[in-house]
Ligand binder design. Sequence first.
Ligand code: IPE
Ligand code: IPE
Ligand code: MG
Length: 242
Amino acid sequence: MSTPDPLPHHIAIIMDGNGRWALRQGRPRTDGHEAGSDALKRTIESALRHGIPLLTVYAFSSENWRRPRSEVRKLLELFLRALNREVRELNENGVRIRFVGNRSAFNPALRDGMLRAEKQTADNQALLLNVAVNYGGHDDIARAARHLAAAVERGELSSSQIDIERFGAELALGKLPAPDLFIRTGGERRLSNFLPWELAYTELYFTDVLWPDFGVEHFEAALADFANRERRFGGLGQVRHA
Ligand code: IPE
Ligand code: IPE
Ligand code: MG
């Protein structure tokens, strides 16, 4: 295993293409979600091997409720099963799990499972895995604005204190550093309401590989691509001007 340099500290992933992967094989879309959970497992293992400390993955968007009820139900069942099956091993590997998004819409069994996983892994240090479920970036920004506005109304905060740092800290990812690298599988070139605030200066990487096919070699190709980017953040970087 060769490690590209520099490595991203925080990677955000839209795990897309499960349905198409299944349909191509004449199987139901939910088989694709099942295979997608193995791809996530592989990706977490790769991140751990490379010592990448932060991974944020999009598992279910606030817009995915628009899908047929049967697919949503199967997806939520799959989350619960995957949680029950995988948490012990993730814990042994030093992975801390956190869920971001509005979980109040989920059934009590799933909410309990998420809370248990968070508590059980709370002290782990090797990798923080944020799983975005019922997450929508617009929703998150509006919620943060409401929260700050309420603090102003109570007289606990003055509007002039609301700056980028303060606002960002109210969002679902809190004070975590923004993602350095964004990966979207499945061929679409869009953000689909994933981390619109946090991705402002993130390096974007799109691949046509469908999520269930995403393997170590694809992950490492994304890392290698990132290592060749020049991040300028509005400055001039290595560019020389006469
Ligand atoms: C991503 O795969 C998983 C979720 C959105 C839950 P899709 O289900 O969107 O797969 P495609 O894009 O239809 O192939
Ligand atoms: C984004 O994929 C959401 C997740 C992967 C969880 P979608 O498949 O829902 O996105 P669109 O509909 O193609 O934009
Ligand atoms: Mg999709």
